[in-house]
Design a protein around this ligand. Structure first.
Ligand code: ADP
Length: 399
């Protein structure tokens, strides 16, 4: 594979398909975009290039397969298709089967299918993308990169739920963790940026976006993470509740006479920042509302920060040393306020921000924001597409 080779990264949802064309030797996509509302009569595909040009095409109730056909025609018209060396597919759930990214074979497809019981909304959608792309470009290596794989190094003490053990044995009920591709990328970037000893380091990564999770990384391996069997556990997120006393859920079910499926939808789609504020799931919107005196927006932010600081403190106990706390994701990379409020709560651990550096480190900047002489706190923008492209390129070379 030459340095000018390209990897197409595909992230397929139930009605959407995100894509990026990534050069193997670079983190910036040549072309990227999104096909959305697939299957509906107002489906569209938006393609952007690195020069800032954008085109929007109507797809008229296209399927994933048809959307990919349009994308491949676009790549052909831009003379990019022949440079494609591999296709990297983001896959949500790899269960306990996948500890690394893999070349997609019929057996791999079968396993991803079987794991759909653990991720019924995501794995079937990911498979739709894989099958459509394989049908259209069968001669290229297709590689699956799993959100869960990085956390397969968790010890049983970290991944076992304290419920009857047979549920784990019979139904694979355990903690898996997500955002693994982002956590792995950030941990590798932080280790290189801070020149940490490969065999003796400890990093806390706070990936804060619409979905948020923490990962404790010890010597390059995930040893604890805040999401669980599904991406619902842990932090307060845009619309997800994060940790919730199951007794509260059972009580709500009995008060409102709702079935468990309905409660599950509520804690996933109508809770978190949105549920508390009643205004928005978007952190930026809530920061503005809080500035304007909206109390519930303020409370939503307080609850998010309280939970975040609490989880960071708890995750620290899985490390034997702390070399860096790194913020990433839309909120982690851009919200100086959330970082400031969180670190204030962590002063008990000896953490302190440099206020100026913190307020300057936004909009995709990368660097250290801690006060001189205090433990390192940094901001590093995540780039899951780059990590997927790097995995795909490496595995394709071996294929
Ligand atoms: P996703 O999990 O969907 O990938 P992102 O990582 O893009 O989400 O993060 C989206 C979140 O980042 C939103 O809550 C958004 O408000 C927040 N965000 C983006 N820019 C800012 C900003 N300047 N200040 C505060 N929050 C921001």
């Amino acid at each position: 594979m030459s340095l000018s080779s390209l990897v197409l990264v595909i992230n397929c949802g139930s009605s959407s398909l995100k894509f990026s064309v990534m050069p193997v030797n670079d983190g910036q996509p040549l072309l990227f975009g999104l096909a959305e509302r697939l299957g509906l009569d107002n489906a569209v595909i938006t393609v952007k290039d690195s020069a800032g040009n954008k085109s929007v095409l109507s797809l008229e109730s296209a399927s994933h397969h048809e959307a990919l056909k349009v994308l491949f025609a676009t790549l052909r018209s831009k003379n990019l298709i022949d440079s494609l060396a591999a296709i990297g597919h983001r896959v949500a759930h790899g269960g306990s089967d996948f500890k690394h990214s893999v070349l997609i074979t019929p057996e791999v497809i079968e396993k991803i299918q079987a794991l759909s019981v653990l991720a019924p909304l995501h794995n079937p959608a990911n498979l739709t993308g894989i099958e459509a792309a394989q049908a259209l470009l069968p001669s290229l290596p297709h590689i699956a990169v799993f959100d869960t794989a990085f956390h397969q190094t968790l010890a049983p003490a970290a991944y076992t739920y304290a419920i009857p053990y047979e549920y784990q044995q019979k139904y694979q009920v355990r903690r898996y963790g997500f955002h693994g591709t982002s956590h792995r990328y950030i941990a590798e970037q932080a280790r290189a940026m801070l020149d940490l000893n490969q065999d003796d380091h400890g990093i806390l990564v706070a990936h804060l976006g619409n979905g948020s999770s923490i990962c404790a990384v010890k010597n390059g391996h995930s040893v604890d993470t805040s999401m669980g069997m599904t991406p619902l556990e842990g932090l307060v997120m845009g619309t997800r509740s994060g940790d919730l006393d199951f007794g509260a859920a059972a009580y709500i079910a009995s008060c409102t006479q709702q079935p468990i499926e309905k409660i599950y939808q509520t804690v996933n789609n109508a809770s978190g920042l949105y549920g508390i504020s009643g205004i928005s799931s978007d952190c930026r919107t809530l920061q503005e509302a809080r500035e304007n005196g909206n109390e519930r927006a303020g409370l939503a932010i307080d609850v998010m920060v309280h939970r975040l600081a609490r989880h960071l403190g708890a995750h620290l106990t899985s490390l034997s040393r702390l070399d860096a706390l790194v913020f990433t994701g839309g909120i982690g990379e851009n919200s100086a306020l959330i970082r400031e409020l969180t670190i204030e709560r962590l002063s008990v651990l000896g953490l302190k921000l440099d206020k100026q550096k913190n307020s300057d480190m936004v909009g995709g900047r990368s660097g250290v924001i801690s006060a001189e002489g205090f433990p390192t706190i940094a901001v590093i923008p995540t780039n899951e597409e780059k990590m997927i492209a790097m995995d795909a390129a490496q595995i394709a070379q071996l294929a």
